[in-house]
Write a protein that binds this ligand. Structure first.
Ligand code: RFL
Length: 401
């Protein structure tokens, strides 16, 4: 049978996943393992998604979630873990032993490694279908029972249509699926911290065996290991600042000023291979589902990297949504799908609140407002001086199970 040349060829799969980031790939892998048919449509190339540098810390709960689904073998072989972190503050250094306080750890596993593992497992091991370079992705008919997703075939430039039972919108903060949610059925809550972070990657070995948070009157500075050769550094700066305002000498001078303390090993310097300004803002779209469209990860909620929560939330959403879709297809049980948005949002709001709380602790002392400086410093001293406060902090910092 031939398809009339005027109509794009159509096919049907149970689930179309838009976006091959941590959320979309974790979801697709779980569906594939449960024999729920799906196709992943990704705008970028495989090389691009496997190299995009971003997050570096996975919570123990996220790692165990991946492990239970057979997705953590390489991670568990290769990822070092952190059990403490350090505040550098008022010329001194104070460690918080968060694993001793909570029994949980942080896994240091850069996002490109996780994405590479998940693409390999889905496409090469489980033979899942993924279209890289899919252009013009559009979602249609989500309020009926036969939605579809159209896109332009990257190989031929021809239009394609995939009919499906469900669309999973995992296309990140700048994707298209969120815009398919009818405005009258959704609300988007926003919070702008009014600060920027100069995000840097340096070809330099980490200068400490743990994360360093420098809380200084000139601004925040962060040090986070990515690998034995690469360290991520952050410097708070005005929102919208230009990376061009930050030549190497200024970057290193400011990092030393904000992070050096007597008795600590000096910061190791190296070539800067990433230098970009991120404005610290957050948003949450509620509900995270409408009709046959379910949003997961940054497509539904953006959380600034201050508390390292975005990738962890993306995975948590993916696990919830995948389990709900598997239960629906295996047993006709739609309770998981009905409860998905509320269940995901509970953790989203916990982490947004924690991120906001930590943002004030880290940036209040350099805000120039004596009230904010005084209260933020009191907040920091409480975490450092009270084991109860340190435990409550560590539980959120290391994440929920
Ligand atoms: P992603 O990773 O953005 O993936 C979305 C995918 O969708 C594709 N896409 C489309 N595909 C088809 N059609 C379209 N129209 C499309 N539009 C977009 C994109 O190409 C992409 O492949 O979303 P996901 O899966 O929800 O994952 C979210 C995480 O990536 C994000 O939350 C984290 O990176 C945030 N984050 C951190 N999270 C942590 O948990 N721990 C950290 O230590 C941490 N550090 C960070 C971070 C984010 C950062 N940046 C750059 C914002 C550090 C930084 C600097």
């Amino acid at each position: 049978m031939t398809t009339p040349s005027s109509a794009p060829p159509e096919r049907h799969v149970p689930v179309v996943v838009v976006g091959a980031g941590p959320a979309g790939l974790a979801l697709a892998n779980i569906l594939r393992a449960a024999s729920v048919g799906c196709v992943v449509l990704e705008a970028e190339s495989r090389e691009f998604v496997e190299r995009r540098p971003r997050a570096g810390f996975l919570e123990e709960g996220a790692v165990r979630g991946l492990e239970r689904r057979g997705l953590a073998d390489r991670l568990l072989e290769r990822a070092p873990t952190h059990t403490e972190f350090e505040f550098r503050f008022a010329g001194g250094r104070r460690r918080v032993a968060c694993t001793a306080l909570t029994g949980r750890r942080h896994f240091v596993y850069p996002q490109p490694l996780l994405v590479t593992d998940l693409v390999r497992e889905y496409a090469d091991v489980r033979s899942g279908e993924i279209v890289f370079g899919a252009r013009d992705v559009e979602v249609h008919g989500i309020d009926g029972d036969a939605p579809s997703v159209s896109y332009t075939d990257p190989a031929t430039g021809d239009p394609r249509v995939v009919r499906c039972g469900f669309v999973a919108g995992c296309d990140g903060a700048r994707g298209v699926t969120r815009t398919a949610m009818p405005a009258r059925h959704t609300t988007t809550a926003r919070r702008d911290h009014g600060i920027g972070w100069l995000a840097l990657l340096a070809e330099a070995p980490p200068s400490s065996d743990c994360v360093l948070h420098g809380v200084h009157s000139r601004g925040y500075a962060g040090h986070m290991a990515r690998s034995p050769e690469i360290t991520r550094y952050y410097l708070s700066c005005p929102p919208g600042d230009s990376p061009g305002n930050w030549p190497d000498e200024r970057v290193w001078s400011e990092l030393h000023t904000r992070l050096d303390v007597p008795g600590a090993p000096p910061l190791t310097e190296g070539r800067l291979i990433e230098r970009r300004v991120l404005d610290m803002h957050n948003h949450v779209t509620e509900p995270m589902a409408y009709g046959r469209l379910y949003l997961a990860g940054d497509a539904a909620h953006l959380v600034s990297p201050i508390a390292a929560k975005g990738m962890n939330l993306a995975l948590h959403d993916a696990f919830l949504l995948a389990d709900a879709l598997v239960a629906y297809h295996a047993e006709g049980d739609d309770s998981g799908l009905r409860g998905y948005s509320a269940a995901a949002l509970r953790r989203v709001w916990q982490y947004q609140e924690f991120s906001q709380w930590l943002a004030e602790l880290l940036h209040g002392p350099s805000s120039g407002d004596p009230w904010r400086a005084g209260t933020a410093t009191a907040r920091l001293r409480r975490v450092l001086d009270s084991p109860t406060a340190a435990t409550a902090f560590s539980e959120l910092y290391l994440g929920e199970d």
